[in-house]
Write a protein that binds this ligand. Sequence first.
Ligand SMILES: [Mg+2]
Length: 361
Amino acid sequence: MPRITQATASLVDVAVETVRTDAVQSFVKQETVFVEISVDDGGTGTGYAYTIGTGGRAVLALLRDSLLPRLTGADPRRVEAVWLDLFAANRSTTTGAITSLALAAVDTALWDWRCRAAGVPLWVLAGGAKDRVPLYDTEGGWLHLETDELVAGARAAQAAGWPGVKIKVGRSPVADAERLAAVRAAVGPEFDIMVDANQSLTAPEAIRRARLLEPSDPYWFEEPLPADDISGHAALAAATSVPVAVGESMYSVTQFAEYIRRGAVGIVQADVARVGGITPWLKIAHLAQAHNLLVCPHFLMELHVSLCCAVPNSRYLEHIPQLRAITRREIEVRDGHALAPDVPGLGIDWDRDAIDDRRVQ
Ligand SMILES: [Mg+2]
């Protein structure tokens, strides 16, 4: 029986690749929390989680103080048992964002080892439903961009054969509707345009916004309200023909179950780092499938490409490249689809020297 012999954590700051703003925040830097495990079979695993600028040190401290000491001697094949042990040992800070991020860094390291030990890629070991997934671009749709820039970005994505783009909203209701209409006019009716409000509205505001946006046929209306407001999401979903997409600000399987039970979500956007890793992410994706809902994860395309390919009900991967500075290979894109990386493990080719150069401590 294999045993974990060592587990370490570190923090690496990765500069943002481009200016990214939305209705409530800007992406300052990617605080990347790495966990490395060594196993007595000679294998290793590398996992990670992230923040977009704050809290990374708290995740690191939680890992070092409370999670990693429990890993030595554990059987790395038993991902469920390890996850539950770490969760149960930290009851006073679960469920919560910092703890879920820390759990994700451990869980993804276990899966990386487990896939390498089996000699198969993550997307195969986790289900292997498909070998590619459509990609939509978010990099051309940030809130600070002017309408002509949004149009140029959407046209470029369309010309490259991509099936969709995302536009941030958060200016005035009329201005947002005009910006979306300009993009729709440029790309025609058969191109998907996602709209994202980043939790900035109230339910009554969002219902009015949805009515103003509907003539441009958005593919989804993402994070219209604060993630805590399940009733508001349910009211909006009942009031609009646009699918309501949520999940990037949710931190447990149970939160997704409640959203689904109450008819408050139309597109499930679980983020593997924020929900506590691959083990809970798969449960959320399968829960969505059981309710005939699509899963379109948030950010982390380098890891989510494999998870999207693992499950049958994925529809879209979000294109926001952010690991180029610390990896040696980018995800492969062909005909508007991201291809599942066909190598054992998570499928991310880390540049160890570049990571060492950026370690915070
Ligand atoms: Mg979003």
